[in-house]
Unconditional design. Structure first.
Length: 338
């Protein structure tokens, strides 16, 4: 079975919806292989430039430029070859024009490196016993491998109609400018694909950090480790929180499987009952109904009363960062693939 859905996570980042496509593939399942859930995220990159349809930058038309954060042409330290752009903290930075092949190389590296970082890092645990399949007379329940496919394209006008899920403005800073540029999930600078080193830690030395890994996490629907905190505390108070990719580091956490778990929930809720034989019976236990659950199916073996499994509906699956293999004897008996 291959199914594709358009997924919307409502009001998750800055009050805005996160949108992407997801494909669930169970055709690849056998006694040793998991199902695969692939998120496809199409990003439109807009090279911020003070030229509008071939017209030179006009300070009198600031409100009509491609982006209102273009402040003025020329920077006191860098001259008329530059122009000024505000970052997310409303700090002015000198910027220069994008030119090929640098622009093309930048976008290709952004897509390939971010996809490599996030792709195939989580396995969702099939504790709900969904997507049962029969392999040579035995019933198996696969875990789900979380895959990511990023697609990038150039957007010359940010408000144009495109097939992208999100459009991101990208600023090219003046080469000799060293001040930190505060990016956000829809505003990047050319330095965001580089390796930075942060040293705001108590128990160990400096940690590497890549801004674009962090920002793609936002595009997938992930928040900061302490989203409801203030200032730098959003990126973590403890070292464990800070080293997370959604903090100030590059460490992945099982909870960051959230985009895939959200998408998978929609597939699970559409799934028909598993194709089990007459040796199994099911009852619905309403005691488990809660804010995230519609109910729990309790399946029992008529031949082996001690062999039961539960299947939750409308819940987010838990994840792990490695495939659990080989299976234990109990898991083999139940037909669970880990």
């Amino acid at each position: 079975m291959r199914k594709t859905k358009n997924i919307i996570i409502p009001r998750i980042i800055g009050g805005a919806d996160v949108i992407f496509d997801a494909e669930l593939n169970t055709d690849c399942c056998n006694q040793h292989n998991n199902a695969e859930l692939t998120i496809t995220l199409r990003i439109g990159f807009h090279p911020v430039d003070p030229v509008v349809e071939g017209r030179k930058f006009d300070p009198q038309l600031v409100g009509h430029q491609l982006d209102p954060q273009i402040v003025r042409e020329g920077h006191p330290l860098f001259g008329q070859a530059t122009w000024t752009y505000n970052d997310d903290d409303r700090v002015e930075h000198p910027a220069v024009y994008w030119r090929d092949p640098y622009w093309t190389k930048w976008t290709k590296y952004f897509v390939s490196s971010a996809q490599k970082f996030w792709d195939g890092k989580f396995w969702l645990m099939n504790d709900s016993h969904s997507f049962a399949f029969n392999d040579r007379g035995r019933i198996f329940f696969p875990n789900v491998w979380c895959r990511l496919k990023l697609e990038g394209s150039e957007i010359l006008a940010p408000n144009s109609t495109t097939n992208n899920h999100v459009v991101v403005n990208v600023v090219r800073l003046a080469p000799s400018w060293t001040k930190f540029f505060q990016s956000h999930w829809k505003l990047y600078c050319n330095r965001d694909i580089g390796i930075e080193v942060t040293d705001d830690f108590k128990t160990h030395g400096p940690i590497r950090f890549c801004t674009h890994y962090h920002e793609v996490g936002h595009l997938l629907g992930l928040r900061h480790v302490r989203e409801n905190d203030f200032g730098q505390n959003q990126y973590g108070r403890t070292d464990f929180e800070k080293v997370s990719v959604m903090g100030k580091g590059m460490a992945l956490r099982p909870s960051q499987s959230f985009p895939w778990a959200w998408a998978l929930r929609e597939f699970v809720n559409e799934e028909p009952p598993p194709p089990l034989s007459d040796d199994w019976t099911m009852r619905l236990d309403d005691r488990y109904v809660g804010p995230w659950e519609q109910g729990m199916e309790v399946w029992s073996s008529n031949k082996d009363p001690g062999c039961t499994f539960l299947r939750l509906r409308d819940v987010l699956w838990k994840a792990q960062l490695q495939r659990r293999f080989p299976r234990s004897a109990a898991q083999i008996r139940r037909g669970v693939i880990y």
